[in-house]
Design a protein around this ligand. Sequence first.
Ligand SMILES: NC(=O)C1=CN([C@@H]2O[C@H](COP(=O)(O)OP(=O)(O)OC[C@H]3O[C@@H](n4cnc5c(N)ncnc54)[C@H](O)[C@@H]3O)[C@@H](O)[C@H]2O)C=CC1
Ligand SMILES: O=C(O)CCC(=O)C(=O)O
Length: 528
Amino acid sequence: MTFRILICDPLSEDGVKPLYEAEDVEIIDTPGMEFDVLKQKLANADAAIVRSQTTMTRELIEAAPNLKVIGRAGVGVDNIDLDAATENGVIVVNAPDGNTMSTAEHTMAMLMALARNIPQAYNLLRNGRWERKAMVGVELKDKTLGIIGLGRIGKEVARRAKGQRMDVIAYDPFLTKEKAEKIGIEYGGVEDVLKAADFLTVHTPLMKETHHLIDREALKLMKPSARVLNCARGGIIDEEALYEALKEKRIAGAALDVFENEPAVGHKLLELDEVIATPHLGASTVEAQENVAVDVSEDILHILRGGTAKHPVNVRAVSPEVMEQLEPYFELAEKLGPFLSNLTKGVLEKITIHYAGELVQRDTLPLTRCTVKGILKLHLGSRINDVNAFMAAKDKGIVVDENKSTVSRGFTNLITVEIKTNEETRTVAGTLLNGLGPRIVKLDQYSVDVQPTGHLVVIRHHDKPGAIGKVGNLFAEAGVNIATMQVGRKGEGGHAVMVLSVDRPLEDACLEKLRGMEEIRQAHRLEL
Ligand SMILES: NC(=O)C1=CN([C@@H]2O[C@H](COP(=O)(O)OP(=O)(O)OC[C@H]3O[C@@H](n4cnc5c(N)ncnc54)[C@H](O)[C@@H]3O)[C@@H](O)[C@H]2O)C=CC1
Ligand SMILES: O=C(O)CCC(=O)C(=O)O
């Protein structure tokens, strides 16, 4: 059997050697295809390899009936429609390690160029101007580098910045004070990092939660002398807000490797003297390109020949028999994690899943994996899936435990998820009701009956006369219709919870007012 592999973006020749040398592979190496050509070539491809130039849309994936694997020669998979790939049974693999060093080094190159005006001075000199006065820079020594996103690349940048004798402060949802101390940096919340930074660099994936993470409000918290860097993904920093802040001299400079829309030729940020930029070159080194091309090529060959993926991004590894038994429970498992982790404060340390009732007899590991995936996805984005969820948890030092008990409090099946962070331990229990689907039946010590779907508001309040009415009035004033409301309490006059499902999302102003009420201890808005 011959597998047809389509190379959609330029790849390292040495890196794709394993593919050219394989006897069972036919390569179609035509990078930079127009959409229609790409669509036509995909129609009979078994695998496709992309970097960041090609966007693998649903339309393209659906037009490729033989497609089994998409390989991303790099880290970010925001240019691949993962839902479409999963729905169409296409495995997506990436190369998460191969370009870490290059991207960290590029970030440091940008940091130094930014501090010393190197591109600006060079431009002037090429135009015959020996300008020294206007090109005075700043030292890095004793300056503070703020890092948002301390994953593979963020950590390497921190290490290098310390070598420059900079102070480093970082925020990452998986970083604790203790972990930060161990690597000799300071731990802070996002606001602490923004306020302290002389230079700010972002190294998160681009996803719903990180889109415009650095927005107008964030930039307002920064020092006027601060400079920002983005060598991760366009869209993490709000480009309009950055432009305004630079124009109004509220920040001093920016170094950008990535843009919301690429190629960003003619972008108005590039007209500003305080901005230096490169055309998405973070991973463009001989070494990184060879590494990532080798990694995806090997993974693709292995998968096409019937093996399992080394760096899967979207697949669910469950045998058809086990899948059939567990299928109905996946929706419940998938909802419980995000429901609880949205409510939990602090840095995640341990996830425990308790199974009771008929589930005790089953192989529940796939459900545990699915729950862990739901929790981690909130911070690590869509590349977390059932296959890599445990590995990602281990990577982040999070303990995952599962246990079983015959005590199911009257339910035929019961899944209880417990999340322990460095600040609190919280639990949620859910069951699958015959014909009615998933239900949340317990939140911490309170019994409730909630359908975990749509727009939800979860409130912890003091059980006082009028509290519920006040919440109802506030929602009515905001034009938010309450579809269902569940109230649970330990005893009269004590702590209580309210879980409301509403017909449209609660706006920020309404949530703030809710949080400001004297009867309300905590309020969260959830989309499930
Ligand atoms: N410019 C370029 O050519 C390249 C860009 N990249 C980009 O860099 C990004 C980071 O890559 P890696 O470090 O390899 O990924 P990684 O997955 O190792 O690290 C990402 C980190 O971001 C953290 N994070 C998630 N949400 C966050 C939030 N709201 N606030 C703070 N931290 C948050 C995660 O906990 C994780 O530790 C990639 O997603 C990719 O988009 C990667 C390689 C090359
Ligand atoms: O393919 C490239 O050079 C871009 C690399 C990148 O952005 C990534 O790996 O996420």
